[in-house]
Design a binder for this molecule. Structure first.
Ligand SMILES: *Cc1c(COP(=O)(O)O)cnc(C)c1O
Length: 398
């Protein structure tokens, strides 16, 4: 894969005809390293956020050895690159074929479920295996998350209690999991979820070996500054310590967005300008899906070589390349007032749920990939490291 000093250097060298998915493996490594060092338990990378091999390798290099996978292709991908990885099949609805192949061909032992019928499927397709680690997905609130994930998966109330008991009798290790929603802005969301889980465990009167707090850890976007990640980790650690129902349970988390958002950016070209509207070569059906549909505003900058007079910034509306009118991104995006056809724009923080969501609708959605070595446009991990450096400097001087 091509490697460039920066996204700007890439544009100057290549004038790319297609959009470019820029990968910053160092940023993924830094984020994964933060979680591995700070999280008081096991860190599973949620592969769906960005399944690119460069990202898988980067989080592996930082010490992540467990992966949250949701399909056979994700299992094949990770097993092929990281033979010693532990794979956790965290989709509550799996085909019988996928369960069988995961267990017998790929050695998967961790399976999530949220219904008695799925439990039955897992037991049958593994021929009544005695070494299963079964994780019961519990329904919790998504109130503090930017991207809600409730309503589709998760057992609640009496049904969850029954499921915990049934699963306990069919496995070697029993776990519970939940997902507070993606880009969760409040640490208390995890505590509230852990209280619901504790209550269900108490009612079920089972021993639980694994508490998996899922993903949802936030990164920074313009106009959306989350509390520091350490406050999430502290809240989870404290809530875990005070779960009265546990004796020797392991703690897991499954970050997706937080490990890879900063590790990707997306470079697009302006194909036409009409007033304050820019028509781009990627958009809502491509790597900018979440910018159009998820209400997230992405950082954007113009990639231009010459340092002419500093232009005033102006708000722009953006349109993607397909013929559908929902292929538009409101923003507003503040860009130099003289932006014109042929300019390149870089969107930051697209490493998570960016290229991973691109479709081929209308013949678009094809893109180039390159590794770039400049810093991400925004970084919570960069700041954290900096702050630590400052503290260390001060200590050295004192
Ligand atoms: C998507 C997903 C994750 C990752 O969520 P993020 O919000 O990206 O951290 C983790 N666990 C499960 C089960 C998921 O579906």
């Amino acid at each position: 894969m091509d490697r460039h000093q920066s996204a700007l250097a890439l544009v100057l060298a290549d004038q790319p005809e297609l959009p470019v998915h820029c990968l910053r493996p160092e940023a993924a490594k830094k984020a994964a390293d933060f979680f591995v060092r700070r999280f008081p338990g096991d860190v599973l990378y949620a592969v769906k956020a960005n399944p690119h091999p460069v990202i898988i390798d980067a989080v592996y290099a930082a010490g992540v050895r467990s992966f949250d996978v949701a399909s056979l292709p994700e299992i094949e991908l990770v097993a092929g690159r990281c033979p010693d990885a532990r794979l956790a099949f965290m989709h509550p609805v799996k085909s019988r074929h996928a369960i069988r192949k995961a267990y017998f061909d790929y050695g998967v032992r961790v399976f999530v479920l949220d219904s008695l019928d799925e439990l039955d499927k897992i037991i049958k397709e593994t021929n009544g295996a005695k070494d299963l680690h079964l994780i019961v997905r519990i329904a919790v609130s998504s109130d503090y998350a930017q991207h809600k994930l409730n309503g589709k998966f998760g057992a609640a109330g009496h049904e969850a209690v029954l499921l915990l008991r049934q699963a306990r009798s069919a496995c070697e290790e029993l776990g519970v999991s939940f997902h507070v929603g993606s880009q969760c802005m409040r640490p208390e969301a995890y505590r509230a979820a852990m209280e619901i889980v504790s209550d269900l465990i108490r009612q079920a009167q089972v021993t639980v070996d694994i508490v998996d707090v899922g993903g949802g850890f936030p990164v920074a976007y313009p106009q959306l500054t989350p509390p520091p990640l350490t406050s999430f980790i502290d809240e989870i650690a404290a809530a875990f310590e005070s779960m009265p129902v546990l004796e020797n349970a392991d703690l897991w988390c499954e970050p997706g967005r937080a490990l890879c958002a900063e590790a990707g950016s997306h470079v697009v070209r302006v194909e036409l300008r009409k007033g304050d509207a820019l028509y781009l070569n990627d958009g809502a059906y491509g790597a900018l899906f979440d910018a159009a549909h998820d209400g997230l505003i992405y950082p954007a900058r113009l990639l231009r070589a010459k340092k002419g007079p500093r232009r005033q910034l102006k708000p722009f509306r953006l349109y993607g390349p397909t013929c559908d009118s929902i292929d538009s991104i409101n923003g507003p995006f503040m860009l130099p007032s003289d932006v014109h056809e042929g300019d390149y724009i870089e969107f930051g923080q697209t490493g998570a749920y960016g290229a991973a969501l691109a479709t081929r609708f209308n013949g678009f959605g094809d893109y180039i990939e390159a590794i770039v070595d400049d810093a991400p446009m925004m970084s919570v991990f960069g700041e954290t490291v900096e702050a630590e450096n400052v503290v260390a400097l001060r200590a050295a001087k004192a």
